[in-house]
Design a protein around this ligand. Structure first.
Ligand code: SAH
Ligand code: SF4
Length: 349
């Protein structure tokens, strides 16, 4: 039960494990390539390892740290969502989105979430636990393996599944390092977006570390009065603190920030909110993603109409703030974060 998971090990730890198993060091490189370049599903498939070593490894470690509890395709077949169950009974979700040549994965960093955003299915279920590095990385390898069967690969990753990535800072960023390792999975750092609800000290730390992975901040409201209603953590780090940290990030890294904004009809989609947002972001190196709300069981809000979305966007443009309206992909399969677990576990529709 407590066997270490191979995806949790750094290359040095793997080398140490093989040394402990009385194996030569070069085996570590072979195992690493099987894991991160050939995406094998189990130790048995590591064909160039002697049978004896494969047996020793099988006894000493585990590989895939979950099983598929449920899978769903969107009606257009382009989006696939998988609910994985972990050995301790927790559930996490991962979504694959096909768009042109892109194969984007939306992955989870925690089981549940402690931030309690009222419109979010994950926030509504509460926090269960952080995911380990291996549990984060294994979601990507599951899909890499599947895509490889048709000659495709994962081109982008967004940390927008269940959980707050910067609340699980160490494991999330170690997973990023693992996935971008040139001797392993070798995904470009710019292809991995980290999305945060706005944990101010963590944003500052992230800026100080000068990381290449793009950052997105879920703002959703431009006044504390409005944001307090939607995002409880705003009481701890209000908008001025979040924006200060954002400006610090842009100054420190020279990188453009993305702001996420779920448009909720007659809630945060008013012209007043657009103007307040325009004033906040005016002059900052940033871009806004406008996403009509994905309705969830535990929240009464509705997505904004096309007209209201257009009016909001036009108002932002008057302040020189660029924005894109994102389509809600996979809405028919509850591809919004936390929504599949919700349906499977509690039978909600
Ligand atoms: N915890 C992180 C990342 C996971 S949530 C964060 O909050 O940024 C990923 C994105 O989905 C966030 O922008 C979040 O606000 C948004 N989101 C959550 N529930 C949503 C819903 N029902 N409709 C639209 N967007 C939603
Ligand atoms: Fe957590 Fe993000 Fe959902 Fe808020 S929106 S509850 S931070 S997962």
């Amino acid at each position: 039960m407590n066997k270490p998971n191979l995806y949790n090990l750094t290359f040095n730890q793997l080398t140490q494990l093989l040394t402990d198993l009385d194996e030569p060091k070069f085996r570590a490189r072979q195992v690493w390539e099987w894991l991160y370049q050939k995406y094998v599903p189990d130790v048995a498939a590591m064909a160039n390892l002697p049978k004896g070593l494969r047996e020793k490894l099988d006894t000493a470690v585990t590989l895939t740290p979950f099983h598929i509890a449920s899978e769903q395709f969107s009606n257009d077949g382009l989006t696939k969502k998988v609910l994985f169950q972990l050995p301790d009974g927790q559930y996490i979700e991962t979504v694959l989105m096909r768009y042109d040549k892109r194969r984007t994965l939306c992955i989870s960093t925690q089981a549940g979430c402690a931030m309690g955003c009222v419109f979010c299915a994950t926030g509504q279920m509460g926090f269960f636990r952080h995911l380990s590095v291996g549990e984060i990385v294994a979601q990507v390898l599951h899909f890499a393996r599947e895509l490889a069967q048709t000659g495709e690969h994962v081109t982008n990753i967004v940390m927008m599944g269940m959980g707050e990535p910067l609340h699980n800072y160490e494991n999330t960023l170690t997973a990023v390092d693992r996935l971008t390792d040139p001797t392993g999975f070798n995904l470009g750092a710019r292809k991995i977006t980290i999305s945060t609800v706005g944990l101010v000290p963590a944003i500052r730390r992230y800026a100080d570390e000068q990381r290449q992975t793009p950052l997105a901040v879920s703002l959703h409201a431009a006044t504390d009065e409005e944001r307090d209603k939607l995002i409880p953590v705003n009481r701890r780090w209000p908008i001025t603190a979040v924006l200060d940290a954002c400006r610090y990030y842009v100054e420190k890294t020279g990188r453009r920030l993305t702001f996420e904004w779920a448009l909720i009809a007659h809630e945060n989609d008013t012209i007043e909110q657009a103007q307040a947002l325009g004033k906040l972001l005016h002059g900052l190196l940033c871009h806004v993603n406008l996403i009509p709300l994905n309705p969830t069981a535990g929240y009464g809000g509705q997505p904004s109409s096309r007209e209201r979305v257009a009016a909001f966007q036009a108002e932002l443009a008057r302040y020189g703030v660029s924005s894109t309206v994102r389509v809600r992909r996979g809405i028919d399969i509850q591809a919004g974060c936390g929504q599949l677990r919700d349906r499977v576990v509690s039978g909600k529709q």
